[in-house]
Write a protein that binds this ligand. Structure first.
Ligand SMILES: *Cc1c(COP(=O)(O)O)cnc(C)c1O
Length: 402
């Protein structure tokens, strides 16, 4: 793909997101194949990259959607994902979102607290419906990842403990308006260790068996997402081993496995292309300033995340520098103290592994328009989101100027 970078930058301008759709296909098929021994649903975690064409591509492959807002649910439905493949998660659903989810008749609402369960029941009663729900269990397992993307410990805000979950299932069983169909756990993101996943799936499977013993039969076991990808030189979880260990925990249970990968499916499909504006030296410190910034791709600023960076020129003279954007924040950087070759105005810089949690976290900070997104599939490129212009940014304010 790297051969076309210059051409694509000329055609679409920079900064620019490029997504290799064939990579997404391969990742999806790898995971789906790993679970082939069972009924399974791969529900794409839409928040990783919610471009409609990305979701549509996954829909065509057969994926469902894991959504964390009603807006994401609507995106999934917009591109043709069937409601019976859509899950709605999140710790803070507002009434209107719950109502819409019930009206759309999605597969299940993934409930994250006792208080939420009461709201869902109330709203379902008002609508004269029965809400299909799953309960998110917090297994209190340390996923051994970055604290900001760790969710499976009691100190995190997600899910409920096992005993609370059990009580909630019993309430569901006794309610006309609640139908407990699933159970869910998601312990964190960018996981590279299999053991914490195994442990939490085991805890969840035990609860499924306990519930079965009291005649609460669940149909879906949702093991969450979180599979890591290579940004640098991480050693990854083998997808077959992952599937195998999950299936082992489920032995004897007649239950459909659901997984919710986001990063795994799209993270390494993406490249962020940006152009060198200037180089400068402050004292001893070399800075390379590019046209992309933290508002376009915030992971380095937010998590101190590593992205592999490559300057696309032939210069062999490398030295240490910070690669930074034009935004007025010292936190606006893509890499600190990294070795890059001497650059010139307009040299292209590729920032890799930019398919997940990059564009979706973009903002208009500094009145910078969100950049264009381009899909590449079977050697063909096509625009999938226009570059925002000034008029787009001010559109919702303009009429109110007094
Ligand atoms: C974010 C999220 C995911 C996806 O996480 P990845 O690390 O991108 O796979 C899955 N499930 C839930 C509930 C999430 O919040």
């Amino acid at each position: 793909m790297s051969l076309n970078f210059k051409e694509l930058a000329n055609k679409y301008g920079t900064p620019l997101y490029l997504y290799d759709f064939n990579h997404i296909t391969n990742q999806y098929n790898e995971l789906k194949t790993a679970f082939r021994a069972r009924k399974s649903l791969v529900a794409y975690a839409v928040k990783a990259n919610s471009n409609l064409s990305v979701i549509k591509h996954l829909a065509n492959l057969g994926a469902g959607a894991d959504c964390v807002s009603i807006g994401e649910v609507k995106r999934a439905i917009k591109v043709g994902i069937a409601p019976y493949k859509i899950i709605f998660s999140g710790v803070g659903k507002i009434d209107e979102e719950i109502r819409t989810a019930l009206e759309l008749d999605i597969l299940m609402i993934n409930v994250e607290s006792d208080a939420e369960l009461q709201r869902v029941e109330l709203i379902a009663r008002e609508l004269g419906k029965t809400a299909r729900i799953s309960i998110r269990v917090n297994p209190n397992i340390d996923p051994q990842t970055h604290p900001y993307i760790s969710t499976g410990l009691h100190e995190n805000k997600f899910g409920v403990d096992i005993d609370t979950a059990k009580r909630m299932y019993i309430q569901c069983k006794n309610s006309e308006h609640l139908d407990p169909v699933g159970i869910h756990c998601h312990i964190g993101s960018q996981l590279t260790q299999l053991d914490p996943i195994k442990e939490s799936v085991k805890i969840v499977a035990d609860l499924v068996r306990n519930l079965k013993a009291i005649n609460i039969e669940l149909s879906f076991m949702d093991i969450g997402g979180g599979l890591g990808i290579v940004y640098d030189n991480e050693k990854l979880i083998d997808t077959n081993e992952y599937a195998q260990s999950v299936l082992e925990c489920m032995f004897g249970l007649d239950i459909t496995i659901v997984c919710e990968p986001g990063r795994f499916l799209v993270g390494n499909c993406g490249t962020f292309l940006t152009k060198v504006l200037y180089e400068k030296v402050n004292g001893e410190k070399r800075f390379v300033i590019v046209d992309g910034a933290m508002n376009d791709l915030i992971r380095p600023s937010l998590y101190n995340a590593y992205h592999r960076i490559e300057v696309l020129n032939d210069n062999k003279e490398f030295s240490s520098c910070n690669l930074v954007g034009p935004v007025c924040e010292s936190g606006d950087f893509f890499g600190k103290n990294i070795e890059l070759p001497k650059t010139q105005h307009n040299d292209l810089v590729a920032i890799y592994s930019a398919g997940a949690y990059c564009f979706t976290m973009a903002s208009n900070y500094n009145t910078r328009g969100k950049v264009a997104e381009v899909a590449i599939e079977d050697g063909q490129d096509r625009l999938i989101r226009k570059r925002e212009v000034f008029e787009d940014i001010i559109a919702l304010e303009e009429e109110f100027i007094k």
